[in-house]
Design a protein around this ligand. Structure first.
Ligand SMILES: [Fe+2]
Ligand SMILES: [Fe+2]
Length: 260
């Protein structure tokens, strides 16, 4: 079974780029399950029912999120009822939504878990404790984790924590892909960050001149989603019958139609 994981889709340029790239990705990798981080899918920050449906429309099986999940209040009911959209499991209990879900893929039960790093981000509980608790109760044949975290040390540590226990740990949140993707010794595919799906003529998805103005002047600045040079970033993992990874392939491709 092959899982295609796609990093943070940023705004309509990211959604459009993903839509245009997906036929080629499907042909090249023939994924059985597509997992997409959608925390930036609505206007560059947050997610709504409409942008989630846009992502489902390209074949996405499960949508993960992160620190921007609750940006749009009108989406809370949707996040609460849609079991294929998940948010970090170590957020306060009672917050809208769930931290993991299980989908059936060709007779295999695949668990998808979303966690947030505790360093530099707000969480209610340790991601390490939280994932241990989930692994005790989840009924799945294979498990993939989106670890949405700021700091590479914490992400690498999570890879080792879960090595041999899940098929893959995909890092997200920084929007910058790292070069450490591989299968760890006990069979867990790991990468600190898969990067984002959005404009590379940007600072993490934001128009460069606006991000620069904010940093240089330290004045409140309007942020808009950049549009040029959209790339799709993610990874493909081949999962074996033991629920562990046979291979890891990084995906970094320009969207086929140049967005202007
Ligand atoms: Fe993000
Ligand atoms: Fe994030």
């Amino acid at each position: 079974m092959r899982v295609l994981f796609i990093g943070d889709v940023v705004g309509s340029p990211g959604r459009k780029g993903l839509r245009e790239t997906m036929p080629g990705l499907r042909e090249q990798y023939a994924p059985d399950l597509i997992v997409v981080n959608g925390e930036n899918s609505a206007g560059g920050v947050g997610i709504t029912e409409r942008t989630a449906n846009d992502l489902f429309g390209v074949g996405t099986g499960v949508i993960t999120t992160g620190n921007h999940v609750y940006r749009h209040r009108e989406a809370y009911d949707f996040i609460e009822r849609e079991r294929l959209v998940i948010r970090p499991a170590n957020y306060p209990q009672g917050n809208p939504g769930r931290g993991f879900t299980v989908v059936e893929v060709g007779g295999t039960r695949v668990g998808v878990i979303n966690l947030s790093g505790a360093i530099g981000l707000k969480v209610a509980r340790s991601p390490f404790d939280t994932v241990d608790g989930i692994l005790e109760q989840i009924e799945a044949d294979a498990i993939v984790v989106d670890f949405h975290a700021e700091v590479t040390s914490e992400k690498v540590a999570m890879g080792w924590h879960l090595d041999g226990r899940v098929a893959a740990v995909f890092g997200t949140h920084t929007h910058v892909p790292t070069a450490d993707g591989r299968v760890l010794p006990k069979g867990t595919a790991f990468i600190s960050d898969v990067g984002m799906t959005g404009s590379r003529t940007s600072v993490l998805g934001v128009k460069p001149e606006q991000a620069l103005a904010s940093m240089i002047t330290q004045m409140p600045t309007r942020f808009e989603t950049a549009e040029g040079d959209v790339w799709v970033m993610g990874a493909v993992v081949e999962v074996n019958e033991k629920g562990l990874a046979d291979s890891f392939t990084q995906v970094m491709v320009p969207a086929p139609v140049a967005t202007s």
